[in-house]
Design a protein around this ligand. Structure first.
Ligand code: ADP
Ligand code: MG
Length: 246
């Protein structure tokens, strides 16, 4: 798997083993992630939930290779992040991971089309292919007719759909979402959630959402709950099969 290609559906997409992240702040130790051991399986919608401050974002940053664990290991798409250098982790993020954020993370001066194209510009696509991917992604989220709008000319739900298009234009195997419905009203959140479900069902993406939105918890195939940085409970939706769990 040294070429970064990952295909086995019997292997977890993410595997965390006795993961710890301790922040040292003004003489105080904050145990933001406390001994988390957890697998995320392919082509499912998994959620990591917990109150504000329970360590969700810290955990997501460790999975994305944006932060390093104090102790323990993280495997993503068959590769041990702790043994990769910064350049390799950047490459993994660019080519195999997609990101969706609570605040959408769009560039205010760029159009929807340009925003979707940003991550693709960091890779070596021919301009024609880049443009095809951008339009296909915008079309898929139902925003082909908003391609030339800037974020301030779009509703919150539409902005999040642009962000989803940006994540899927890269054709990632794994999409990480941090509170994707956090800034949306319930109805708009529901629509975004339906779109995220389609991302899993139609495009075979593995989706990991960290959230405290009850609507997301009800929709997710499997829910892992964090409390004070520790995993306290895992709930599997009825009818969903999870390898390795009886
Ligand atoms: P959540 O996303 O669940 O709200 P976080 O992962 O952001 O939680 O934070 C978990 C804990 O770690 C909190 O107590 C927070 O204050 C602390 N924390 C997060 N980031 C840092 C940091 N860079 N330095 C110090 N403490 C941090
Ligand atoms: Mg957070």
């Amino acid at each position: 798997m040294s070429n970064g290609q990952y295909s086995s559906s019997l292997e977890p997409v993410i595997s965390m083993s006795h993961l710890h992240r301790i922040y040292h702040l003004a003489g105080e130790d904050i145990h933001a992630v406390n001994d988390v051991t957890l697998d995320i399986w392919p082509q499912q919608m998994s959620a990591i939930v917990g109150r504000s401050g329970s360590g969700k974002t810290t955990l997501l940053n460790l999975i994305a290779g944006l932060d390093e664990p104090t102790e323990g290991e993280v495997w993503v798409l068959g590769r041990n992040l702790t043994q990769m250098n910064e350049r390799q982790r950047l490459d993994l993020r660019l080519k195999q991971l997609g990101f969706i954020f609570q605040s959408f993370g769009l560039m205010p001066l760029l159009t929807a089309r340009e925003n979707v194209g940003v991550p693709l510009r960091m890779r070596s696509f021919a301009p024609g292919e880049r443009e095809d991917r951008v339009m296909e992604a915008l079309d898929w989220v139902g925003l082909a007719d908003r391609a030339h709008h800037r974020p301030y000319e779009l509703s919150g739900g539409e902005q999040q759909r642009v962000a989803i298009a940006r994540a899927l234009a890269e054709d990632p195997e794994l999409v990480l979402a941090d509170e994707p419905t956090g800034q949306l009203d319930t109805r708009t959140g529901r629509r975004i959630l339906d779109l995220l479900r389609r991302l899993v069902e139609e495009r075979g993406v593995t989706l990991l959402i960290v959230t405290h939105d009850p609507q997301v918890m009800a929709e997710a195939d499997i829910v892992h709950e964090l409390r004070d940085g520790a995993l306290v409970e895992t709930r599997i939706k009825e009818g969903v099969e999870v390898p390795g769990v009886a």
